[in-house]
Write a protein that binds this ligand. Structure first.
Ligand code: FE
Length: 354
C-alpha cells in the first residue's frame, strides 16, 4: 500500500518514550494490563476494523503507532524500554529488515500459527509470518490486448516493444519479483530478461502502480506490472473517481497461471524483541491467523488471506482465481541484493535504449 501521511483515527493512542507523543491525545501513562501495542507501517484505518474485532473478542485494548518509515530504527532506539509488542508491515523486504535489525523475537511452536500459516509465507526461524498476499500481476489494456494468458518470461519478447509501463525498478515490489526470477532461472537469465523488459518499455520507469493503470487508460502503454490490491482500491475509489476509469481500462492477468503460478508478496507481522505485553501480543497474532480476522483484513485491503479457505473480497474474486507461486519468501529475500544490482547493471531505470 502506498504510505500516506495521516492522523490517527483512534483517540486512544499511546505515548512513545523517546521522541514524545506522536498523536498527542493526552495519554501519557504507563500501559495497563490488558493492552497490546502495535507499531504499524499500515495505515490505521486499514487495520482498525481488525483490531476492533480483536478487542471485542478478547477484551484486550489495542494501541497503534503508525509511521510510514523508520519503525525499525525507532524500536532499535527505544531498546529494552520499547513499548512496541507487534510490528505490522507489508513486503518481505521490511520483514527481513526487522529481523536483521534485531528488533523481533521468534514465535515458535505456536499451534495456531504453525498449523494455519503456509510454511512458504513465514520465517523458518519463527520471527515473522504473512497475513495476506498480493499478486504482482499484469495490467492489460482491455481494448488493445487480446491474449488471455501471459508469463513474466514473455515480457522480454520484442512483440511488446514500446508497450510496457512499470514503476521504478528498485522499488521493493519489483525487486521481489526480479528476485523470484533469479530464484527460478538464475542471475544470467534474469540479466538478459531484464534487459529485454527494459527495451520493451514505453517510457522510463516512473510513478506508482496506479500510475501504470493511468498510462494504460491514456494509451501510453498496453501492459504494465502492478499489485492486485491497487485495482481493487482504484475500482472503489469514490473520492477520486478518475481512478475508477483507470482501473476500468485494465484487465488483470495472472502471469504463469499455467505453470509455477503468479509471484506474490505478503503483508506480515512480527513480535518485537522486548514486547512488554507478550501474552497479549501472542493472542493478537493468533487472532490474526484466524479465518475471521483473515477475512476482515483481506477485504479491507483487497488482498488474499493466507489461510486456506478464507475468502478475499468480491471485487478481488472478480479478477479471477489466483494460483500463487509457492516459492518461499525467504528464498526471494535471499536474492533481493542480486536483483537490485542487476537493475543498476542493465540501466533499467534509464528506460529503453534501442
Ligand atoms: Fe502498495
Amino acid at each position: 500500500m502506498e504510505a500516506r501521511p495521516m492522523a490517527s483515527v483512534k483517540p486512544r493512542v499511546f505515548w512513545a518514550a523517546l521522541t514524545g507523543c506522536l498523536f498527542c491525545s493526552g495519554v501519557s501513562t504507563a500501559f495497563a494490563d490488558g493492552e497490546v501495542n502495535v507499531y504499524s507501517y499500515r495505515q490505521p484505518e486499514l487495520i482498525q476494523p481488525l483490531l476492533d474485532a480483536f478487542t471485542k473478542e478478547t477484551g484486550i485494548e489495542t494501541n497503534v503507532l503508525f509511521l510510514d518509515k523508520g519503525l525499525v530504527e525507532r524500536i532499535q532506539a527505544e531498546g529494552v524500554n520499547s513499548p512496541a509488542d507487534i510490528l505490522l508491515t507489508v513486503d518481505i523486504a521490511r520483514l527481513v529488515e526487522a529481523k536483521e535489525g534485531g528488533v523481533t523475537q521468534p514465535v515458535l511452536n505456536d499451534p495456531v500459527i504453525q498449523k494455519d500459516i503456509p510454511a512458504n509465507l513465514r520465517d523458518p526461524e519463527g520471527e515473522w509470518f504473512g497475513l495476506t498476499t498480493r499478486g504482482r500481476v499484469v495490467y492489460a489494456s482491455r481494448d488493445r490486448v487480446t491474449q488471455k494468458d501471459i508469463t513474466y518470461e514473455e515480457l522480454s519478447d520484442p512483440k511488446w516493444k514500446g508497450r510496457i509501463c512499470i514503476r521504478d525498478g528498485q522499488h521493493s515490489y519489483n525487486i521481489a519479483l526480479f528476485a523470484s526470477m533469479i530464484a527460478h532461472h538464475g542471475v544470467d537469465y534474469t540479466r538478459e530478461w531484464l534487459t529485454g523488459l527494459k527495451n520493451n518499455l514505453a517510457r522510463k520507469p516512473d510513478g506508482t502502480d496506479r500510475t501504470q493503470a493511468k498510462s494504460i487508460f491514456s494509451g501510453e502503454c498496453d501492459i504494465a506490472l502492478g499489485n492486485t490490491y491497487y485495482v481493487g482500491l482504484m475500482l472503489t475509489n469514490d473520492k477520486e473517481p478518475e481512478e475508477k476509469e483507470w482501473a476500468g481500462a485494465v484487465r488483470v492477468i495472472f502471469p504463469n497461471a499455467a505453470d509455477r503460478g503468479t509471484h506474490v508478496n505478503i503483508s506480515g507481522v512480527a513480535m518485537t524483541k522486548y514486547a512488554p505485553n507478550r501474552d497479549n501480543a501472542l493472542k493478537l497474532m493468533e487472532f490474526l491467523a484466524s479465518g475471521e480476522a483473515q477475512e476482515i483484513y483481506a477485504k479491507e485491503v483487497f488482498e488474499y488471506p493466507v489461510l486456506p479457505g478464507a475468502q478475499p473480497s468480491d471485487v478481488v474474486k472478480g479478477f479471477g482465481p489466483i494460483k500463487p507461486d509457492p516459492l518461499s519468501l525467504t528464498e526471494i529475500a535471499a536474492h533481493r541484493k542480486e536483483a537490485s544490482e542487476l537493475v543498476d547493471e542493465v540501466g533499467f531505470n534509464e528506460g529503453p535504449s534501442n
